[in-house]
Write a protein that binds this ligand. Structure first.
Ligand code: MN
Length: 275
């Protein structure tokens, strides 16, 4: 009986992003998820791309209610990171329109792909990771273009994934990173469940001088170096497929555990030598 009541309960969905609360992809996502439950937007007040899952520990977080962006979707802007937004919204803050528990966190729709090594710095993926670490089903959604032609395809796919997730299909040991090629759904070649590619950037450092003659530096992303093996997320996007990658928090290299016996022996010597 309790189960029946639980199934009937309105689902609470948190939508966030790293492109900022005014980004059109965020609102396309919030609108697309509206039929699935009660949607609340809590997003950074400005772009936070590249901040990963960082949480603000040294600054106070200010939060303002956004007026009237969408009739029945309350929205809050946070002077902080995407992960801060998740922590605030899932931390039982008594905000108008925000009901607990949050059943699902969806981050996006991000302008630009989050593939391969990028997931380690992505604020979009970082928000989903933060939700996953708090035990909440989470999905990150990105379009593989910094200037997407539109959000309809990604919004439809996000709704499909969210519907599946809210149906209780999430195992709990992963969250999902979804990337789409920038094209109408009718042109998409298919869907691939993928693993992360090795896709690394050679970051460039650009030195400049301010008007007082002090040097400052820009870190800029160079051309990515791809290792596009079949079955990876980057391969899927290159082949015009929607990529869905299950991720989790554990970056332990298990294959190396056995290779570190000599290091362990040496360190034991260091410790014993101090006794
Ligand atoms: Mn972004």
């Amino acid at each position: 009986m309790l189960t029946c009541i639980d199934v009937e309960r309105v689902r609470h969905i948190l939508v966030t992003n790293d492109d900022g609360v005014l980004a059109p992809g965020l609102w396309a996502l919030a609108e697309a998820l509206r039929p699935l439950g009660s949607v609340v937007v809590v997003a950074p007040d400005r772009e936070q791309s590249g901040v990963g899952t960082s949480v603000s520990l040294l600054n106070p977080l200010r939060l303002s209610k956004m007026p009237g962006l969408s009739d029945d979707i309350p929205a809050y802007a946070v002077e902080g990171t995407p992960a801060d937004c998740v922590v605030l919204a899932t931390g039982a803050l008594p905000l108008e329109g925000l009901r607990q528990p949050i059943d699902l966190v969806v981050a996006g729709i991000n302008d630009g792909a989050n593939l391969g090594d990028d997931v380690l710095i992505s604020g979009t993926v970082g928000a989903a990771l933060r939700a996953y670490l708090r035990g909440i089903p989470a999905i990150a959604v990105s379009i593989a273009s910094l200037r997407p032609r539109g959000y309809d395809a990604a919004a439809s796919v996000a709704r499909g994934v969210a519907d599946w997730a809210l149906g209780g299909s999430f195992g709990g040991e992963f969250f999902l990173n979804v990337n789409l090629p920038d094209m109408p759904l009718s042109d998409v070649a298919g869907v691939a469940i993928t693993r992360l590619a090795r896709r690394s950037y050679r970051d460039l450092v650009d030195e400049q001088e301010d008007r007082r003659g002090r040097k400052f530096y820009w870190i800029a992303r160079g051309q990515p170096e791809w290792q596009v093996e079949e079955g990876t997320d980057a391969w899927a996007i290159r082949n015009h497929r929607i990529s869905v990658t299950p991720l989790h928090h554990d970056t332990t290299q298990r294959a190396a555990l056995g290779e570190l016996a000599e290091l362990e022996r040496r360190l034991r010597g260091v410790v014993e030598g101090a006794r």
